[in-house]
Design a protein around this ligand. Structure first.
Ligand code: CTP
Ligand code: MG
Length: 211
């Protein structure tokens, strides 16, 4: 079972002086934490991380247990770069930007794959009321949140399916989106609040408090 960890983003919304995966939380980088969570799950035997080209050597020092490849301009390009070097039949894709993800969530995703799901994602109910707005920022309607889920990583796939989903040069904010485009069912299992993504400075403060 391989875990592919896209870590090549610039972290523009975070606004730190270095790419997001190399920012520290509680004394270790997001990259180290995401690799450690995958290892500690006990269900992953191959980890491939995709990082910015100029940080290739630094990444290899930080996560010697992982194989390191150069990522691409978009997240999907980075996932494709990692996918290209594994021959595992089942793969997880996990954002480096989710440093506090419990190892148990990796186990739950792998369990669902082993039970026959070809695509599985963790998801949480949405707490806020959701409004659709127009260009002038006026509410057009309130969306029924009961049928919505906020989706996280790790996301698990049969590798052959993920390869087909990535066969074009499409981009998507997650891998399940590309699988959905093929018309293949994606199973949602219970997510975990600790798997939140560090996107903004607020998220980084939260992660540092919780680490
Ligand atoms: N990612 C990647 N390659 C890219 C873009 C993103 O490997 N070209 C990774 C990020 O490193 C992160 C994950 O995909 O672990 C989720 O992306 P996101 O939260 O959007 O991170 P960034 O793209 O770095 O942030 P921003 O969009 O604010 O620049
Ligand atoms: Mg991004």
């Amino acid at each position: 079972m391989a875990a592919l960890i896209p870590a090549a983003g610039m972290g523009t919304r975070l606004g730190e002086s270095k790419p997001k995966a190399f920012v520290e939380v509680g004394g270790s980088t997001l990259l180290e934490r995401s690799v450690a969570a995958a290892r500690e799950s006990g269900v992953i035997d191959d980890i491939v991380v995709a990082v910015p080209e100029e940080l290739l050597d630094r990444a290899q020092q930080l996560v010697p247990a992982a194989r390191v490849v150069v990522g691409g301009a978009e997240r999907s390009d980075s996932v494709r770069a990692a996918l290209a070097v594994t021959d595992a039949e089942l793969v997880l894709v996990h954002d480096a930007a989710r440093p506090l993800t419990p190892p148990a969530l990796f186990v739950a995703v792998v369990d669902a794959l082993r039970c026959g799901d070809a695509a599985v994602v963790p998801g949480l109910p949405v707490a806020d009321t959701l409004k659709r707005v127009d260009d002038a920022q006026f509410v057009t309607d309130t969306v029924d949140r009961s049928i919505l889920r906020a989706v996280q990583t790790p996301q698990g796939f049969a590798a052959e399916l993920l390869r087909r989903a990535h066969a074009g040069a499409q981009d998507a904010t997650d891998d399940a989106g590309l699988v959905e485009a093929l018309g293949v069912g994606v199973h949602v299992i219970d997510g975990d609040a600790m798997a939140f993504k560090v996107t903004t400075p607020f998220d980084l403060r939260l992660a540092r408090l919780l680490a």
